[in-house]
Design a protein around this ligand. Structure first.
Ligand code: ZN
Length: 349
């Protein structure tokens, strides 16, 4: 889940650039601005900084099994609704852990104080070391929408798709010493708002920014306190990336140069037509890291069905997704990591 305070479409038609401010979301009037004014004001769809020192295109394309990732999506969805504090949530925790056996795994457990009371929150972090000094973090939330917990809502795209993607990334990273930065995968918890925030068609009771991102905020605070934040070269977030009609947004809350690297990775793999046709401002799990000066990017397709009708509804089901979309995003993330490994120096934060 994410907030979307405003939406801008960039449409290139017959050589003319038409900017269309679009009020496509019936709930947009209820959305609140994500608390990232500094990042939002400096980032744009245009590259304004110095040219990136990109390494030459070399090596075989990265391997990523979209079919296996899709099977993980189906496995996760079978548990049913997975809101924080539920028995189904516990099952998906165990499912993720069962696929990380033998890996270096850190559990980050704490109790979140929310408007609906206290909840146990469980972030799962798997670490794959590299030869270079520095870390690239790749994250996904795995909880499902709390206000919809008593419906048939399963969050196939919103929660399951990106969590499955990370499980397949783990398969690709496991047992292969990286000649580059260490990669840490984070399955973060309690991303979704606890009180209705208007996004699910329910009356707004609380702005998203004041009641969400519990798990990843805890991780960011912890890594700031122990100095880990300084070692993070990039924070890549995946959210709602399984849509069969895949169009990843360019997000103005994300770090502009890192979005450029993602675009370059997509181009090198021939997937550029799935990236950045739209520009959006997204409040999501990357925000706590943006606030702490970490280069961060949200890979999200925030147009899920016509007018985003499948988002936060019981229509968010597996039949809307495609293994090809998982393969595209997984491959582009791995190619982005490979480019970052070879970019020396990385642009200043
Ligand atoms: Zn959501």
């Amino acid at each position: 889940m994410v907030t979307r305070p405003k939406v801008v479409h960039w449409m290139l038609l017959a050589g003319a650039l038409a900017i269309v401010a679009c009020d496509r979301d019936k709930d947009s009037a209820q959305d609140k601005t994500a608390a990232t004014p500094a990042a939002a004001s400096t980032a744009s769809a245009d590259t304004t900084g110095p040219p990136l020192a990109l390494p030459s295109d070399s090596g075989p394309p990265p391997s990523f099994d979209g079919d296996r990732a899709m099977q993980y999506v189906k496995d996760i969805v079978k548990f049913g609704p997975r809101p924080v504090g539920s028995a189904n949530h516990k099952k998906v925790e165990e499912f993720i852990a069962s696929h990380l056996k033998g890996d270096q795994v850190e559990d980050d457990n704490f109790t979140a104080d929310t408007p609906e009371g206290k909840f146990p929150v469980h972030n799962i972090i798997a670490k794959y070391p590299g030869t270079k000094d520095g870390i690239i973090v790749i994250a996904s939330h795995y909880d499902t929408n709390y206000p919809l917990r008593k419906t048939s809502y399963v969050g196939a795209n919103d929660g399951a798709s990106s969590s499955a993607l990370l499980l397949e990334l783990a398969n690709q990273l496991r047992g292969k010493p990286r000649d580059g930065y260490g990669v840490w995968l984070v399955w973060d918890d309690a991303e979704e708002a606890i009180k209705p925030d208007g996004s699910g068609g329910l009356p707004q009771e609380m702005p998203f920014k004041d009641d969400s991102l519990y798990g990843i905020t805890h991780v960011a605070e912890k890594w700031q306190a122990d100095g880990t934040v300084k070692k993070i070269k990039a924070f890549l977030l995946a959210d709602m990336i399984g849509d069969a009609d895949l169009n990843i947004d360019r997000d103005t809350n994300s770090t502009s140069w890192l979005e450029d690297v993602i675009g370059e990775a997509a181009k090198r793999l021939g997937y550029q037509s799935h990236f950045f046709a739209r520009t959006n401002e997204v409040g999501d799990d990357h925000v706590p890291f943006v606030k702490r000066g970490v280069p961060a990017a949200d890979l999200i397709d925030f147009m899920y069905g016509y007018n985003n009708v499948f988002w936060h509804t019981t229509q968010d089901t597996v039949d809307k997704l495609s293994p090809k979309s998982l393969q595209i995003v997984g491959s582009v993330i791995l190619e982005t990591v490979r480019i970052l490994d070879k970019m020396d120096p990385l642009p200043p934060k």
